[in-house]
Design a protein around this ligand. Structure first.
Ligand SMILES: [Zn+2]
Length: 237
């Protein structure tokens, strides 16, 4: 049977590896998978598409309005020709033609104003659309690089875990007292992964509660097994 001191030393070495394993697993589980960046990129792309559709719609409106103006100008030209050719002699017919020319003139003025407005709108919407497009591309790039970083970091930590797991097996083999090893593992299972703790400034290194003199002396001596009364962890020097 090995000395209790040797068993405690071997368990403490095992605990250090178990703590590293626990931290590494936690780090790996907490890595940024890029899910948030993905959501943001999708929202930015949707926004860019909305602005692009809006821009194209306004550009189409402008084309339509320019076409209307062109049609109207042709009509005006024809009416002017009829007016000044002198072929219409009927007074009422002439009056009607004059009215129509006036009406077409007002419509042309309205269309001119509308075209100027639309040209401004098309310009500003084109700029906004291009900006949103660039922002979406940037967000997509950020998502891709986040995912790439995640995979690289995950693989690196997986490598660390493989190494630590092998070290753990080796360290567990070093604990000859298998009953104590099982006891350590049982405590770890219910005490946040820590089965053995050092006495630190007269407190338990596991739960940080003050220890009695007897427990301290036993832990430092190593001839008798000391247990923290508060957390139930094994104690050692
Ligand atoms: Zn304790």
């Amino acid at each position: 049977m090995p000395l209790l001191r040797e068993t405690l030393d071997a368990l403490l070495a095992l605990q250090q590896i178990d703590t590293q394993l626990q931290r590494t697993r936690k780090t790996q589980a907490g890595l940024d998978t890029g899910a948030d960046a993905k959501t943001k990129a999708a929202a930015a792309r949707a926004h860019a598409q909305t602005l692009s559709q809006d821009y194209h719609k306004t550009a189409a409106d402008l084309k339509d309005t320019e076409l209307k103006l062109s049609t109207l100008e042709n009509k005006l030209k024809t009416n002017h020709q009829r007016m000044y050719q002198g072929t219409i002699t009927n007074a009422k017919e002439l009056a009607n033609l004059e009215k129509e020319i006036d009406s077409l003139g007002r419509q042309r003025s309205d269309l001119d104003g509308r075209i100027l407005e639309l040209m401004d709108e098309v310009e500003s919407k084109k700029t906004a659309s291009a900006l949103a497009d660039a922002e979406a591309a940037q967000a997509e790039g950020h998502h891709q690089s986040t995912v790439a970083q995640y995979h690289a970091r995950f693989e690196s930590l997986a490598g660390d875990l493989t190494t630590l797991t092998a070290q753990r097996t080796e360290a567990a083999n070093q604990v000859e007292d298998k009953a104590m090893l099982k006891r350590y593992d049982d405590i770890r299972a219910r005490a946040a992964g820590v089965g053995i703790a050092r006495v630190v400034d007269r407190t338990c290194g596991g739960c940080h509660m003050q220890l009695g003199s007897q427990a301290i002396n036993m832990a430092l001596g190593g001839d008798e097994l000391a247990i923290c009364e508060n957390c139930g962890r094994l104690l050692t020097k």
